[in-house]
Ligand binder design. Structure first.
Ligand code: COA
Length: 165
């Protein structure tokens, strides 16, 4: 699972996408500290405990470095940045039932724009799964020789059930 590089100075405008989702009742916004427990449960139950750990780290940053998608007062997706390492995007995930509507792309671009506004010139997508998604959504390119990168020498135990995603 290699890392990918994104030129933040060439990010596409995502405002129309955010507006279109809002018209469908899906709000993309930064999560607030008082909502932490909902995000951790979503990340753990829908994806994996390690992602809940990383989501937790987002609340050590000010502003909290995580965007969520909300529909009917429920979290349906999330995207963190600056949690795995500085300048890294991820983890991210959209609930199975909400995929294919642009939510993942909107969350990705919201987080990458935040990195840009916080002063980074490049973003790194860590340990990529769906490389085509990132290539299409933000022109990300694979970083040669980046696997396993920072994910080498991982700790494993029964605390890590098989991943859901
Ligand atoms: C990857 C993920 C976040 C995408 O979310 P989504 O809301 O379904 O994606 P979107 O609807 O915003 O898709 C945007 C575009 O990417 C494409 N796309 C979506 N998932 C894709 C995938 N897995 N591979 C390639 N292209 C993909 C869509 O077809 C769409 O293309 P278009 O703009 O040409 O129409 C979601 O599938 C997910 O949660 N996967 C499991 C967790 C995961 O893999 N996280 C990433 C770890 S690095």
């Amino acid at each position: 699972m290699p890392d990918m590089l994104v030129k933040l100075y060439e990010l596409p405008d995502h405002r129309e996408l955010i507006r279109n989702l809002a018209d469908q009742g899906i709000v993309i916004r930064r999560i607030s500290a008082h909502e932490r427990r909902h995000l951790l449960r979503f990340a753990n139950d829908e994806f994996q405990p390690a992602w809940a750990d990383e989501c937790n780290a987002a609340f050590s940053n000010t502003p909290v470095s995580c965007f969520i998608a909300v529909e009917n007062e429920q979290i349906i997706g999330f995207a963190c940045y600056d949690v795995t390492r500085k300048g890294y995007f991820g983890p991210t995930g959209v609930a199975d039932t909400a995929r294919g509507k642009g939510v993942g792309k909107a969350l990705l671009l919201a987080a990458l724009w935040a990195l840009w506004h916080e002063g980074y010139a490049y973003g790194i997508i860590g340990g990529v799964g769906p490389a085509d998604f990132y290539a299409r959504a933000c022109n990300a390119t694979e970083i040669p020789g980046s696997s396993p990168g920072i994910y080498a020498n991982r700790i494993t135990s029964e605390l890590d059930p098989p991943a859901n995603n």
